[in-house]
Design a protein around this ligand. Structure first.
Ligand code: ZN
Length: 129
């Protein structure tokens, strides 16, 4: 008769001892291999919300620059003495003859990334620089 079968028979004959054996296995102190941290699946960071809203959309157009011809934003960053070059593929905003990169439109308040902007609409005309 095999040894394992004998143990099984003993376990059946002595259920309390068998349960204690299982309990001791379950509560055993961890071994070295148990100390290795289990990699926890970190939830992927959600992509930042890059949506842009034009606060007063009447008269504004969003354009993707198609060509490599030189085109400059109508604004300068504070402290800079040059106009931004709008590059091919860049999305910019047009109001009449004026073209604005998204950064300037955001800085000027013509555009916003606040989805609920319409709940906090600014009263009065846009500031002119
Ligand atoms: Zn600009």
């Amino acid at each position: 008769m095999c040894h394992k079968l004998c143990q099984c028979l003993i376990a059946l004959a002595e259920p309390v001892a068998y349960k204690n054996q299982i309990r001791s296995l379950l509560t055993a102190t961890p071994t070295m291999s148990d100390d290795i941290p289990t990699p926890v699946a970190k939830p992927a960071d959600p992509a930042p919300d890059a949506r842009v809203y034009v606060c007063h959309p009447e008269g504004w157009t969003a354009v993707v620059k198609q060509t490599s011809e030189r085109l400059y934003c109508y604004q300068k960053n504070p402290g800079e003495d040059y106009f931004h070059l709008i590059v091919a593929g860049e999305i910019y905003l047009v109001f009449g003859d004026e073209k604005y990169c998204l950064m300037c439109a955001l800085r000027r308040g013509d555009a916003t990334q606040e989805r609920l902007y319409w709940q906090h609409r600014r009263k009065g005309p846009l500031p002119t620089e």
